[in-house]
Design a protein around this ligand. Structure first.
Ligand SMILES: NC(=O)c1ccc[n+]([C@@H]2O[C@H](COP(=O)([O-])OP(=O)(O)OC[C@H]3O[C@@H](n4cnc5c(N)ncnc54)[C@H](O)[C@@H]3O)[C@@H](O)[C@H]2O)c1
Length: 336
């Protein structure tokens, strides 16, 4: 039984907590959030204890695993502290960090203490994305020429409007499209060059937005061209799609959450109430968030290497921040 302590008690932390609570091999023993009422509520719902400080939680709750679900700029603080505490494992939500340097610090701290670090790139556990990679690897579409992805929905409302502060969230390029960037790199290999256009990268520092959009072109080392689109400006429901074109066929998937009039009205009511972070969902029997966390715990129990490494987390952030830079300068960025 893995004892799990969670940093953060917002939208994603609730999702992770419910997955651990449902898992026969895990239990949530501690919750820390800088908002004590949020920590108390989430702890109560999961039979855990809320703590007033992170260090105090590590000391008193004696977790095996720490799961970091605070907003992105603060991932590094809790991952490094957890690594230094010598736990059995650490989970960090995507994007791994706000900068490549932060990602490298987290990877180095966990490597130094021998603590497995799992970056929660959940898309790899969505059946349609996992199956597409399997079919590409098996040659189902032949030699791939182009890949197109699209992801987005309404603007996410959360603590302190942190998603709306590009300095904190990185806008759609770092926060949202990172899902696709990791899946694309996993499926098509390393990226050589990036060119992007977007709304939030062009704004002055300290800006606050209530929508965002980006279009990114990727040139992979393999020669594949990627066309990657992300939006936080679509009130009509969360939509995800991809199309992979090869010389032997075409693979396509589209997933649109219902966008009928009642759904849109409910979404607007949620946004007005200040609580509407759309997360990708899957209609399949096994929740992909449960699957990813169960995979990590299973690896910890067996000593196997998790399927997502700290390097994967760093590289996805590197590609996203290259796209952000390209959208700022209007020039393509060549990756090292
Ligand atoms: N995998 C996915 O599909 C997915 C979906 C949504 C969010 N996320 C990621 O999860 C992370 C959290 O996002 P969220 O939507 O849950 O945010 P949120 O705003 O809903 O929750 C964040 C919580 O962190 C707390 N907090 C803020 N700064 C803190 C600090 N320094 N120390 C302790 N607590 C702090 C806030 O009080 C809040 O309760 C982000 O990295 C985000 O990108 C992933």
């Amino acid at each position: 039984m893995f004892r799990v302590a969670i940093a953060g008690a917002g939208g994603m932390a609730h999702m992770h907590a419910s997955c651990y609570t449902a898992n026969p091999n895990a239990c949530v023993v501690g919750v820390y959030d800088k908002r004590p009422d949020a920590a108390a509520e989430m702890a109560g719902a999961n039979g855990a204890t809320a703590y007033a400080g992170f260090a105090e939680m590590l000391e008193a709750a004696r977790p095996d695993v720490v799961d970091v679900c605070v907003p992105t700029p603060w991932h590094v603080d809790y991952v490094v502290a957890a690594a230094e505490a010598g736990l059995k494992g650490v989970v960090v939500e995507k994007p791994m960090g706000r900068s490549v340097e932060d990602c490298e610090r987290m990877a180095a701290a966990c490597a130094a203490s021998g603590t497995p670090l799992f970056v929660a790139h959940v898309l790899r556990f969505f059946p349609e994305f996992a199956e597409a990679k399997r079919q590409v690897d098996a040659g189902a579409v032949g030699t791939v020429v182009t890949v197109r992805t699209r992801r987005g929905g309404s603007f996410p409302r959360a603590w302190e409007n942190w998603y709306g502060k590009p300095d904190w969230s990185g806008g759609v390029i770092l926060d949202l499209v990172i899902h696709d960037l990791d899946w694309l790199r996993w499926t098509f290999g390393d990226v050589e060059r990036v060119f992007a256009k977007g709304i939030s990268p062009k704004l002055p520092p300290d800006s606050e937005v209530n929508s965002d959009y980006a279009l990114i072109t990727l040139k992979f080392k393999s020669g594949v061209i990627g066309h990657v689109e992300a939006t936080w400006a679509d009130p009509g429901g969360f939509k995800v799609g991809f199309e992979i074109a090869g010389d032997a066929g075409l693979l396509e998937s589209n997933f649109n959450q219902p966008a009928g009039v009642p759904f849109v009205a409910a979404l607007q009511r949620g946004a007005e109430a200040g609580a509407a972070v759309a997360v990708p969902e899957s209609p399949t029997a096994v929740n992909p968030y449960y699957a990813e966390l169960d995979h990590f715990l299973t690896c910890l129990a067996s000593g196997a290497t998790p399927s997502i490494t700290p390097k994967d987390g760093c590289e996805a952030v590197r590609i996203a921040l290259a796209a952000f830079e390209s959208a700022q300068t209007g020039e393509p960025v060549v990756l090292p």
